[in-house]
Design a protein around this ligand. Structure first.
Ligand SMILES: [Zn+2]
Ligand SMILES: [Zn+2]
Length: 563
């Protein structure tokens, strides 16, 4: 492979504390290398006056799995020419694909890459749907990818906990699940709540008992977080907390942080979990409370799940909460599913409106969280695509975070009660390019344990985005001048110029294989699938990923595992 020198760019590489330093960057054999200035290269690209960052990493975006397909089915209008704001691709490298809030797999890859993103992670893979998820992610061109498997509502785990099985057995079951589904991490959605919904519970707070299994969300959180830590999985428990979207849910969110007792954890789409119930509308911002809690707890990281105005579709494993949200659907549709006593989902199309008090406040709460959490390494830029809005809105969101005057202008257009009283009005902070590089690359790479991603040091994957400096930050981040994936130029000035196949990240924890007996006996009584057939091997994973590279992540167990 050729050696490329990017000459004269201004580098933002927070992993190495590099903040806008003018320096050449050399890409060789898919990696970033140290090469003395006098050594010859095959190609030199002049990027003088441009900003150079590692490729963007979206650590929470619903790009695959059953839910996104249901959303595509429910929103045919999203796939109609003319509805999509993007023009028809005239580039022969781009196969026909479209969609905005529920894009096709091809469109997903093209759109991310054109924006300078090179990795994306599906956060809610149902274990029994893992094959489909890998096939669908593998169909997304260019992007490296991976998925977090859902646990915490599966009947086997709840059954093991109710019968007070030793934590080592539960840990083996978790490790087997990660191994079988080739997951990178574990997500828990509304701990116990998806299961409780099937037993006619319509809410489940952190210390409320499941009517059938008698366990509480607190116990589930502690069990899962501890097992993951013991297994040495780099990404800690990924938590969608109880009571999504409910006014006053800040209490459950703070209780969840406290329930973790210092164990590392990642709280996802926290915007949807930072609501008070003050004021005439009985719905208020609790961003200050959550930000203070995150600032105090170094074990907690978050992604925001920012709300952006316009049409989207909400897709969540949280059947309980999506059932409650169904009447607000626009267009008025709802789909729900449950699979193999394992996990559920609910799909509700939705329009976020500037003049809606609730939506305007949600928008404001998200921005407040970004700006009030002190440590940028523990807050990640997401819209929970497509739940808060499609990922294509990231450049606009970056401008909102970097430009107080622009933010105020937008705020003034919102529902008058929000425009007049939102705590956001008083926040003067404007994020810097260095901080944006943390929120969109360096931070998520570190939180996922991807040591060769998210930075520009020698040995890193040569995933690089080069942005031509413009006064309009939104325009700058919308269309990078150059995007490289593993050292190959894949996009130039908004055009796809190559479509390599991305790789798949997954974790490989150790476990005691005798857990297989438990799985077999449970499956015989309750499931349709033989667990021996559920395991996705390396060859199959490779073929699911259309031959893309397998990228296993090292595990560092903190406690001795069963031999
Ligand atoms: Zn979620
Ligand atoms: Zn999500």
């Amino acid at each position: 492979m050729s050696t490329i020198r990017l000459q004269g760019g201004r580098l933002y590489d927070p992993t190495h504390g590099i903040d806008g330093v003018v320096r050449d960057l050399v890409l060789r054999d898919g990696r970033i290398v140290d090469l003395p200035a006098h050594e010859a290269v095959d190609q030199t690209i002049d990027v003088t006056g441009c900003i150079v960052m590692a490729g963007g990493i979206d650590m929470h975006t619903h790009i695959a799995g059953g839910k996104m397909n249901l959303a595509r089915l429910m929103l045919p209008e999203d796939h109609r020419r003319g509805f999509d704001p993007a023009p028809l691709p005239l580039n022969p490298l781009e196969l026909a694909s479209c969609g905005h809030c529920a894009p096709g797999t091809l469109q997903t890859g093209y759109s991310y890459v054109k924006m300078g993103y090179t990795s994306a992670f599906e956060p809610a893979m149902a274990a029994s749907n893992a094959r489909h998820t890998h096939l669908e992610m593998g169909d997304v061109p260019i992007l490296d990818h991976g998925a977090y498997v859902m646990l915490g509502n599966d009947e086997l785990l709840l059954d093991m906990m109710t019968r007070q099985q030793p934590i080592e057995r539960i840990r083996d079951y978790m490790a087997w699940t990660i191994h079988a589904t080739k997951a990178l991490g574990v997500k828990v959605v509304n701990p116990g709540g998806i299961s409780a919904f099937k037993f006619n519970q319509r809410r489940l707070d952190v210390d409320e008992a499941h009517t059938h299994w008698s366990v509480t969300p607190r116990q589930i959180l502690q069990t899962l977080a501890r097992c993951l830590q013991d297994l040495g999985i780099p990404h800690p428990l990924h938590i969608h907390t109880s009571n999504l979207g409910v006014p006053g849910n800040i209490a459950s969110t703070l209780n969840t942080i406290e329930a973790l007792e210092g164990l590392p954890a990642h709280l996802t789409h926290v915007q949807f979990h930072s609501y008070g119930k003050e004021g005439p509308h009985k719905f208020s911002s609790a961003a200050v409370e959550l930000a203070e809690a995150v600032n105090r707890h170094a074990n907690i990281s978050v992604d925001v799940g920012q709300v952006m105005f316009g049409q989207t579709v909400t897709i969540s494993g949280d059947t309980m909460r999506q059932w409650a949200n169904a009447p607000a659907g626009s267009p008025r549709k709802f789909g729900g599913a449950d699979i193999e006593c394992d996990a559920g989902c609910g799909v509700v199309p939705f329009q976020y409106r500037e003049k809606s008090y609730v939506n305007a406040l949600q928008w404001s709460i998200g921005l407040e969280l970004f700006l009030l959490i002190d440590d940028p390494w523990r807050v990640v830029l997401t819209t929970d695509h497509p739940n808060g809005g499609p990922f294509g809105s990231y450049p606009h969101l970056i401008r909102l975070l970097m430009d107080k005057a622009f933010r105020d202008e937008q705020l003034a257009r919102l529902h008058p009660d929000v425009a007049a009283h939102a705590p956001l009005r008083e926040i003067r902070r404007e994020l810097t390019l260095y901080e944006i590089a943390i929120l969109t690359r360096a931070g998520p790479a570190r939180l996922l344990g991807l040591s060769d991603k998210g930075h520009l040091g020698a040995g890193a994957a040569a995933d690089v985005a080069v942005y031509r400096v413009q006064d309009d930050i939104e325009a700058m981040f919308t269309t990078p001048a150059y995007v490289f994936k593993d050292g190959l130029l894949v996009a130039q000035a908004g055009e796809i110029v190559a479509t390599p196949t991305g790789g798949v990240h997954f974790a490989e924890p150790d476990f005691d294989p005798s857990i297989g007996k438990t799985l077999q006996s449970y499956a015989r009584r309750h499931l349709t699938v033989n667990p021996a057939h559920a395991v996705i091997g390396h060859d199959e994973l490779c073929s699911c990923g259309r031959g893309g590279r397998l990228l296993p992540t090292a595990c560092f167990p903190t406690s001795p595992l069963a031999a």
